[in-house]
Design a protein around this ligand. Structure first.
Ligand SMILES: Cc1cc2nc3c(=O)[nH]c(=O)nc-3n(C[C@H](O)[C@H](O)[C@H](O)COP(=O)(O)O)c2cc1C
Length: 307
C-alpha cells in the first residue's frame, strides 16, 4: 500500500485520486486507450453532449497562441443517443470515474439532456457547461447572469439525481456571484474555469486565424486567471467543492490549484502536448507528496498561506 493517500470523496463522487481530464480535450476516453492508463486516473470528463448530434463550426477552428491555443470547435458531439449507443459501453468498462459534460441551446434542452444522461448506467456524475449562447437573451452566455444561472441549475437539479457539477465561464467580472448562484440552485460542485474568449490574427493574410473570429483561449496562458478564480470562490466561503481547470501541465500546477482551494483538478490542453500528461501527473503527484512527507492529498486543499 502506498504511504500517500490520493483518494478523495468530493462533489458526491469517490475518486481514487484527484486528477481528471477536462471536457473536449480527451474525446470520449477511448481515443486515449494505449496512450495513457485510464485506470490510473481519478476520472475523465467527456466531450460536451447535447440532445441531438452537432457538427460544429467551420474550419480552421484551432490555432496555437503564446503559451496556449484558441479553439472554436462549436461543441461538435454525437448527441445523447449516439453517446449511449457508441461511447458509453466502452466507458462502463474503462475503470475510471466518468463525468458527462452536457449543454443545451435552450433551458428545456438543458433539462432534457441532463435528465436523459442521468438515467444512464455507467455515468457517475454530470458536468453542466453553461458557456453556451442563450439565443433568447440575445446570445449572451447562460452562465454569465447569476439569476439565469441559478434558475437553470435549479431546473436541472430537479431533473437530475446524480452529482451535478457546474462548469463556470471565466468571461465574467464576478465569478463569486456565479458560484453563489450555483450553490443556491442546488449544485453539488463547481468546475472552474472554461476557456477565455480571445482572438488571433494572421498579419500576413490580414485574416482572423480561426473561422469564427473569436475562440476560447486555453493552456498555460490562462493558469493565473484560473487560480485567481478558484481562490476567490474559496475565499468567499461558497460551500461547493471545486474542480480546478486551466493550464495544468504538471504535478506542481495541480498542487497550486489544491492550495488555492480545488479538491480535484482537470488536465486539458496539456493532453494534446502529451497524451499521457494526466497519468504522469498522478505518478509525479504521488512521488512529490511522498518526498515532501505529506501523507494525504486532502491536507493541501485550501492550505494556501496568506500572510
Ligand atoms: C479543443 C477544446 C474543446 C473543448 N470542449 C469543451 C466542451 O465540450 N465542454 C466544456 O465544458 N469545455 C470544453 N473545453 C474547455 C476545457 O475543458 C477546459 O476548461 C479549458 O481548456 C481550460 O483548461 P486547459 O487550459 O487545461 O486546457 C474545451 C477545450 C478545448 C481546448
Amino acid at each position: 500500500m502506498s504511504a500517500v493517500n490520493l483518494a478523495i470523496e468530493t462533489g458526491g463522487i469517490a475518486f481514487r485520486n484527484p486528477i481528471l481530464t477536462a471536457s473536449g480535450t480527451f474525446g470520449y476516453g477511448r481515443e486515449f486507450e494505449g496512450l495513457t492508463d485510464l485506470r490510473a486516473l481519478g476520472g475523465l470528463v467527456t466531450k460536451g453532449i447535447s440532445p441531438k448530434p452537432r457538427f460544429g463550426n467551420a474550419t480552421p477552428r484551432i490555432c496555437e497562441t503564446a503559451s496556449g491555443m484558441l479553439n472554436s470547435i462549436g461543441l461538435e458531439n454525437v448527441g445523447v443517443e449516439g453517446f449511449e449507443r457508441d461511447k458509453l459501453p466502452y466507458l462502463r468498462e474503462c475503470g475510471t470515474r466518468v463525468l458527462v459534460n452536457f449543454f443545451g441551446a435552450t433551458f428545456d434542452e438543458y433539462v432534457d439532456c441532463g435528465a436523459r444522461l442521468d438515467a444512464l448506467d455507467g455515468v457517475d456524475g454530470l458536468e453542466m457547461n453553461v458557456s453556451c449562447p442563450n439565443i433568447k437573451a440575445g446570445g449572451i452566455e447562460f452562465g454569465t447572469d447569476p439569476r439565469v444561472l441559478r434558475d437553470l441549475v435549479r431546473a436541472c437539479r430537479a431533473a437530475i439525481r446524480k452529482p451535478l457539477w457546474i462548469k463556470l465561464t471565466p468571461n465574467t467580472s464576478d465569478i463569486v456571484a456565479l458560484a453563489v448562484a450555483c450553490a443556491e440552485g442546488g449544485a453539488d460542485g463547481l468546475s472552474i474555469i472554461n476557456t477565455i474568449t480571445g482572438m488571433a490574427i494572421d498579419a500576413r493574410t490580414r485574416r482572423p486565424k480561426i473561422a469564427t473570429i473569436f475562440g476560447g483561449l486555453s493552456g498555460p496562458a490562462i493558469k493565473p486567471i484560473a487560480l485567481r478564480m478558484v481562490y476567490q470562490v474559496r475565499r468567499a466561503g461558497v460551500s461547493l467543492p471545486i474542480s480546478g481547470i486551466g493550464g495544468i501541465q504538471d504535478a506542481t500546477d495541480a498542487i497550486e490549484f489544491f492550495l488555492a482551494g480545488a479538491s480535484t483538478v482537470q488536465v486539458g490542453t496539456q493532453s494534446f502536448v502529451d497524451p499521457d500528461a494526466s497519468g504522469r501527473i498522478v505518478r509525479d503527484l504521488e512521488a512529490r507528496l511522498a518526498a515532501d512527507g505529506i501523507h494525504d492529498v486532502r491536507e493541501l486543499v485550501g492550505a494556501l498561506v496568506v500572510k
